[in-house]
Design a protein around this ligand. Structure first.
Ligand code: AMP
Length: 280
């Protein structure tokens, strides 16, 4: 089995980082790993000389009302999974390392953080871009891997890397789903059995819209309505937003003419789930 070095302090990270063969790939995570995370690790493993994984439940991307303290954690299990997947170095910084007292520096990406998740979760992307910039600075990977599951996050990170001239290639990797279509997420553990069943409406509604698209439908509003109908038919589901937007800048569109992102956030009981599908 692969030897996984585990570090917490910045000094230990830098020492370990210096011994790794390049190119180095980074997979940032918040832990409680599943096959979605591991697909990123395995892909990095197959493409690059070294793989660094970070586990940090980043407080600044959660709203005060969010589930920060309840966020699921199981470090021992995560370590075993990362050893098996072939990661070389795991960094698990503490909140005090990432945000020491009197912390003052933030990274803010402008336009592309405004719609969709950004609209519903004010401050979320400021937390994401700040922590990812800090991870990039500390680890200095040549490549970083993100899941298409968080489609807007990928677009925002790509924008940040372009805007700040960071010498890092950003790779977006496909959504890994359960057999029945539910996109894997650490938050799925919050669902009780009835909610777990109800949560299928996200992927089902995307399938309905995709199949209409494949049959020639190009009117974005018709696709939004199709998705909404599927979600609204499920009593345990409450739609937060539904979107049919251009893939690059995430602006809502009327007609589908190029690469398009269908996306949504839906509450299943108290659990907020997101999912998406790319067309074209
Ligand atoms: P998280 O731990 O939720 O912050 O996720 C860490 C990384 O794993 C992010 O880049 C996510 O987009 C990615 N990820 C989470 N779930 C999935 C999934 N089901 N398929 C692919 N990537 C995922």
């Amino acid at each position: 089995m692969n030897e996984l070095k585990k570090v917490i302090t910045l000094k230990d990270l830098w020492d370990a980082r210096a011994t790794l063969p390049t190119p180095i790939g980074l997979v940032p995570t918040m832990g409680f790993l599943h096959e979605g995370h591991l697909s990123l690790v395995k892909r990095a493993r197959s493409e690059l000389a070294s793989v660094v994984v970070s586990i940090f439940v980043n407080p600044t991307q959660f709203a005060p009302t969010d589930d920060l303290n309840a966020y699921p954690r199981d470090l021992e299990r995560d370590i075993a999974l990362l050893e098996k997947a072939g990661a070389n170095l795991l960094w698990m910084p503490t909140p005090e390392i990432m945000y020491p007292p009197d912390y003052q520096t933030w990274v803010n990406v402008d336009k592309i953080t405004k719609p969709l998740e950004g609209k519903k979760r004010p401050g979320h992307f400021r937390g994401v871009t700040t922590i990812v910039a800090k991870l990039f600075n500390a680890i200095q990977p040549q490549v970083a891997y993100f899941g298409q599951k968080d489609a807007q996050q990928v677009a925002v990170i790509k924008q940040m890397v372009r805007d700040l001239n960071m010498p890092i290639e950003i790779i977006a990797s496909p959504i890994i789903r359960e057999r029945d279509g539910l996109a894997m997420s650490s938050r799925n553990t919050y669902l009780n059995p009835a909610e777990r069943q109800a949560a299928l409406v996200l992927s089902k509604s995307l399938e309905a819209a995709k199949s209409a698209y494949q049959n020639g439908e190009r009117n974005a509003q018709i696709l939004r309505v199709k998705m909404e109908e599927v979600i609204n038919a499920e009593p345990l589901a409450r739609l937060e937003y539904i979107s049919c937007a251009d893939y690059d800048q995430l602006n809502e569109i009327e007609k589908i003419e190029k690469k398009t992102l269908l996306s949504m956030a839906v509450y299943i009981g108290k659990t907020r789930l997101i999912d998406n599908e790319v067309l074209g």
